[in-house]
Ligand binder design. Structure first.
Ligand code: HEC
Ligand code: HEC
Length: 394
């Protein structure tokens, strides 16, 4: 009770009058809602790369994970910068009515995606597309963002949801004024960038640093990969047989001699990242230009498949509810269209100049289960519960 009184003393009497009236109406104490403060460790959490396994850091060839790192030289990730980014990521003040944060639509336990097919923005409207997973977003060599790649850099992207009329509904000058008035921000900006001034540029840099810190490298697949190269007995000892079969199918091109599903032609490296937007022959794609065309001609960016098992539903529009449905698509349902990716065409026909026909993988029941099991071996429980990535306000 004394806390209530202390809070009231500083307030003008008309506020108290309204509060008392409201309290009487609702017949409960009129304690003005106090916003929680972020709880941050001292010294700060570490967000550097010292713990990454070798298969993440070795620049073995142009298509390694390391070669796909899109960290720009003018915004390297620092502990103080990512700490500020973490607070911003979970702060609902970034939305016009203090109702949603980045973390509302990018949830840690769902691999920083949203279990809803379309996410709910600050005033209840739905997003046009499904929320993208941010797991390993750092590793995309083209360095462009969104399903259609419309953001040229991550630093440019992170200011987009803040200003989006569905997602957060803020203006950048409004954001700067609002955050500068919050007591903990000037100090966090000073630690991150040396000056206490709250700027939209600083917000963008810090958020980008935090998103790039979301690296997942401790899944069962990583334990096997760290033990030995795929195919070695050391690798085999760490992964159940079904997942191993799934991995083999994933990376093998379908052909006459070997059983393969050809997934690795597009989901490349040990982090299962992608190279560029592709058209995967989703059945309702309209080559005349209707519907969602993605980047162009029905091509979409695929996020890293890390933690994919915990981030249903799938695809840019969240059309598939399960991984089984995703595999069924690639197995039997890919439809021909003029922009269908070569990887998903029947190569025997392509070579002879035959008609464009989508590949039919003819996977057995066991092979389908194996692919789903392999995708499950990419679930990283340490990442999904890591306090460094968690909500500092709760
Ligand atoms: C209301 C839900 C919502 C909120 C709030 C939201 N996002 Fe998103 N986010 C999405 C959706 C939906 C997409 C995919 C949009 C598209 O591609 O057109 C997306 C895509 C992204 C991507 C692209 C990932 C990639 O690999 O290309 C990043 C990064 C991102 N969001 C970061 C953020 C950050 C940082 C914030 C807070 C400032 C935020 N988001 C707030 C829903 C949301
Ligand atoms: C031609 C390139 C290509 C091939 C081959 C391919 N994929 Fe994809 N994959 C993509 C693209 C592009 C997307 C995103 C498409 C969209 O959202 O419209 C995607 C999306 C996915 C998703 C959903 C990701 C998410 O965040 O929603 C999963 C899971 C997946 N692929 C698994 C597989 C598996 C398993 C195989 C092999 C059977 C495979 N892919 C073969 C390009 C490919």
């Amino acid at each position: 009770m004394s806390r209530v009184n202390r809070t009231w003393v500083a307030w003008p009497s008309w506020v108290c009058a309204i509060a008392v009236a409201a309290a009487t109406a609702a017949s409960q104490p009129a304690v003005p809602k106090r916003r929680p403060l972020p709880v941050l460790p001292d010294p700060p959490y570490r967000y550097d790369d010292t713990l990454l396994p070798r298969h993440f850091t070795e620049p073995d060839g142009p298509e390694s994970i390391a070669a796909a790192d899109n960290t720009p030289s003018d915004n390297p990730t620092t502990d103080a910068g990512a700490t500020l980014g973490r607070v911003l990521f979970y702060d609902t003040r970034l939305s016009a009515n203090d109702s949603v944060s980045c973390g509302t639509c990018h949830q840690q336990r769902h691999g920083f995606s949203d279990p809803r097919r379309h996410s709910i923005g600050f005033d209840g409207q739905l997003t046009r597309r499904h929320s993208m997973s941010l797991t390993n977003a750092r590793y995309y060599a083209r360095g462009r963002f969104f399903w259609d790649e419309r953001a040229e850099t991550l630093e440019a992207l992170v200011l987009a949801p803040i200003q989006d009329s569905v997602e957060m509904g803020m203006s950048l000058p409004g954001l700067e004024t609002k955050l500068a008035a919050v007591d903990y921000y000037p100090g966090l900006f000073e630690q991150a960038f040396g000056v206490p001034t709250v700027t939209a540029d600083g917000v963008a840099r810090a958020l980008a640093q935090f998103v790039r810190a979301l690296v997942s490298y401790q899944a069962p697949y990583d334990r096997a990969r760290a033990a030995g190269a795929p195919g070695s007995s050391a690798f085999a000892a760490q992964l159940p047989e079904l997942s191993r079969l799934g991995h083999q199918l994933f990376v093998t091109v379908p052909g006459q001699d070997a059983r393969g599903a050809g997934c690795g032609g597009c989901h490349i490296t040990d982090a299962q990242i992608s190279r560029s937007p592709r058209n995967i022959g989703l059945p309702d794609y309209d080559p005349r230009g209707g519907g969602d065309q993605g980047a162009v001609d029905g091509r979409f960016k695929a996020p890293s498949l890390r933690n994919v098992a915990v981030r249903a539903p799938y695809m840019h529009d969240g059309r598939f509810a399960t991984l089984r449905e995703v595999v069924d698509h690639y197995n039997t349902k890919v439809e021909a269209n003029p922009f269908l990716d070569l990887t998903l065409m029947d190569r025997r026909l392509a070579v002879t100049g035959g008609p464009v026909r989508p590949v039919r993988l003819e996977l057995t029941e066991q092979e389908i289960e194996a692919l789903v099991a392999f995708l499950g071996s990419l679930t990283d429980d340490a990442f999904l519960t890591d306090p460094r990535f968690s909500d500092p306000f709760s």
